[in-house]
Design a binder for this molecule. Structure first.
Ligand code: SAM
Length: 313
């Protein structure tokens, strides 16, 4: 983990008190802590840094981070490398979705947080408009991959053609990405290990429907954003899924209750309100749709319309 991030982390088990973690470094170089622990002086919980990767999640989230299925699987890595970077290795039908999301940001002094960053494309894009960028994700496999990309400034991976048949793909990444000003850690969108108002910008792109408590994710994003001068990029296809979150927690796709109707309308309303997850509210500057693609195999693509909102306050 880059040294510039070590003093910024708080204990995800003691969020209300915002207790900063103490670093116990066991192995480091000029730029990074390679092995060590981050220790909470209040509850005593230890968070490891191993092979440069900090895992700063509540105990209940730890098993998810190491899963080798879902977002931890080899096939998901192939899919997301393609989705994030195929523009650079001339993949046919590459998606320009990340460029479109990134184009929404206004340059802003301060740090940006990419929540659910996967293999890091949007985080790298955000270095063009922000001083420093932190990407967080619960998938250790994605965070390891994003850190490797930042270190090597290039992508090399096995792209799945069908089943176990793969093709090697490689490309260098654009030199305008400021790799040294990016860091990726394993963290949970519903218990962010950062103090309040640490970030000038946060993004929540295609993650709302993937968390067990969508409102808590938004409340947490709001907690870590500046109260006076912040921008929030939100995007989601709103494909609510009962296997991820209970319908009682959905912020849309319901026929009754406070979140009846479509997710896009409800999130716009929540962002503009001064009460609820966003306080103080945002002024909505842009809304729209981004056509996004994920490639599974040579014959299977998912075509997704992600509805986005850019809010400022
Ligand atoms: C649909 S993917 C979107 C990834 C990326 N934002 C993009 O648009 O390409 C959802 C991401 O959220 C991550 N994720 C799911 N639950 C999470 C949580 N509670 N905290 C942080 N990340 C989470 C997954 O590991 C995955 O990388």
């Amino acid at each position: 983990m880059k040294k510039w991030l070590t003093k910024e982390l708080i204990c995800p088990e003691c969020l209300e008190q915002e207790v900063f973690l103490n670093l116990e470094s066991q192995k480091e170089n000029d730029q990074e802590i390679i092995e060590g622990n981050l220790i909470c002086p209040q509850c005593g919980q230890q968070y490891t840094i191993h092979e440069g990767i900090a895992v700063v999640v509540p105990k209940k989230t730890l098993p998810i981070t190491r899963e080798s299925t879902g977002y931890g699987s080899f096939s998901m890595l192939s899919s997301y490398f393609w989705s994030h970077y195929s523009e650079f290795f001339n993949g046919p039908d590459a998606t320009d979705a990340y460029k479109k999301w990134a184009a929404a940001f206004e340059p802003q002094n301060g740090w940006a947080l990419d929540i659910g960053c996967s293999v890091g494309r949007l985080s790298f894009e955000m270095t063009k408009t922000h001083d420093r960028v932190v990407g967080i994700d619960t998938s250790l496999s994605f965070i390891r991959a994003a850190r490797k990309l930042a270190a090597q400034k290039r992508l090399e991976f096995e792209m799945i053609m069908e089943g176990r048949i793969t093709e090697k793909k490689s490309t260098s990444l654009p030199s305008e990405f400021n790799f040294d000003h990016t860091e990726f850690i394993v963290a949970d969108a519903t218990a962010l290990p950062f103090p309040r108002e640490r970030f000038a910008t946060a993004s929540s792109v295609n993650i709302l429907e993937k968390v067990s408590d969508p409102a808590l994710h938004l409340t947490e994003a709001n907690r870590v954003m500046d109260k006076k001068n912040a921008q929030f990029l939100f995007s989601d296809p709103f494909s609510w899924d009962e296997s991820v979150s209970s319908p009682d927690t959905w912020l849309g796709g319901r026929n009754q209750g406070p979140y009846k109707g479509y997710g896009m309308e409800n999130i716009c309303r929540l962002m503009e309100e001064d009460s609820g997850p966003f306080s103080p509210g945002f002024t909505i500057r842009q809304t729209g749709e981004v056509l996004w693609k994920i490639r599974k195999t040579r014959h299977l693509w998912e075509h997704i319309t992600s509805q986005f909102i850019l809010g400022k306050r």
